[in-house]
Design a binder for this molecule. Sequence first.
Ligand code: UN1
Length: 512
Amino acid sequence: MATAKMAKAKRSTKPSVKKYSNYIGGEWVKSSSGQYFDNVNPADTTDIVGRFPDSTEEDVNRAVEAAKEAAVRWRRTPAPRRAELLFTLGEILRGKKDQFSTEMTREMGKVLKETGGDVQEAIDCTYYTAGEGRRLHGFTTPAEMPNKFAMCVRQPVGLCGLITPFNFPMAIPSWKLIPALVCGNTVVLKSGEDVPLSSLNLVKACEEAGIPKGVVNLVNGAREAGAALVANDDVRLISFTGSTTTGKKIAEACARDNKIVSLEMGGKNAIIVMDDADIDNAVEGSLWGAFGTSGQRCTASSRLVVHKKVYKKFCDKLVERAKTLRVGNGLDPKTEVGPVINERQMEKILTYIEIGKNQDKATLACGGNRLTKGSYANGWFIEPTVFTNVKPKMRIAQEEIFGPVTCVIPFSTLDEAINIVNGVAYGLSSAIYTQDVNRAFYAMQELYTGICYVNSATIGAEVHLPFGGTKGTGNGHREAGTQVLDIFSEWKALYVDYSGKLQKAQIDDVEI
Ligand code: UN1
């Protein structure tokens, strides 16, 4: 995803741009390659946010060594003590929220309110998950023999490799890093190559919070660094968020090495709008779900499945409002929709718009163009785009576009709508707008997704509930909530026999 941005950036030779480092074993160090890549502002590609080390296999292996060295001490640190450092981390993130949000908008593009939300999500995740330091509940259960005790506890899995995407530059790294740490693992984080500054800010805050050397390590870079992390024998677990294509490759490599792997991949989420819905509310939700973060959320509302009785009214209002959305630099407080992340993603989105028009032959109701004039000249801007008269099997209604494009699909019965929503390869998020409690509960039961909303859009998950999806979206794991602990810890069953003699489970008779 970063190739285009990096390729363009590499041509820049501005000497004044700040150089950043990797963080390995508690030291800020250069890459062994001596090479850097540029972190470019997608709203203005003449603005270079910073130069980051283009890390090699050697850098990754060094980071893994450092994480290995720190592992025993960190694992033996009582979880409530580990959590105390994480609470301090939460305080630091809170104190720097404005700085981190502004820097995130500059490197990633989304509007300031949303980057504020992103940092807030990292703060929420840190506080919530740090609380687990005093829980990390196991359980006790009766043993089948007399004078014998049985219980289950969580133990850390070991060394965790975290590979993160561009769209939530601090929230998603925190979803992985914080639970990994509270469970007693050490980590190597490979930052998203389009947004390395936000990961670096998070890791620097970990250093400031007093997390011991080697517990958290950061390598910047692209594919080579990610592949080296997946290939390293000392890495026990890979947690990945990103494209389905890359996720599947990672899963294959992890399967060969018997690594634990947690995958969070694509989505093709849908909102159902029933004929009894509050249409204005549904339109506002749809705009937010489809065009928030310029549609670059795994949870984006990229399909709007609308009852035929209200289809025209809904489409008219949606299109009228979509045309008024202000596209621009996310640092401008008036902007509602920022740029997309890089040239390659922009080309992909524009290709899908062409497919929608020429191959699928849907109706382009508004948008559809790249914006290039005036203040748009140096950025990757696309108009909010709505396709109407979309049929469920069209490519634009089946494939993840990851941009400011949504499709409106008509239906007649709720069962038909549910089949449309479920009729894609993914299963992350779904929603229904209705005033009818029976319809709402029926939809909650039948929509086969990991997340489901009633009377709001498909985006906006909160950190204390599990996040993840069915089918092609993931591999059965859930991030966030307490469920994430099942990724970053393994169960250990403990039996204590205090009878003073040999007792054979399943074999000895027990007198009653
Ligand atoms: C993502 O799109 O990858 O629920 C994460 C939401 C956000 C997280 C999205 N809290 O939309």
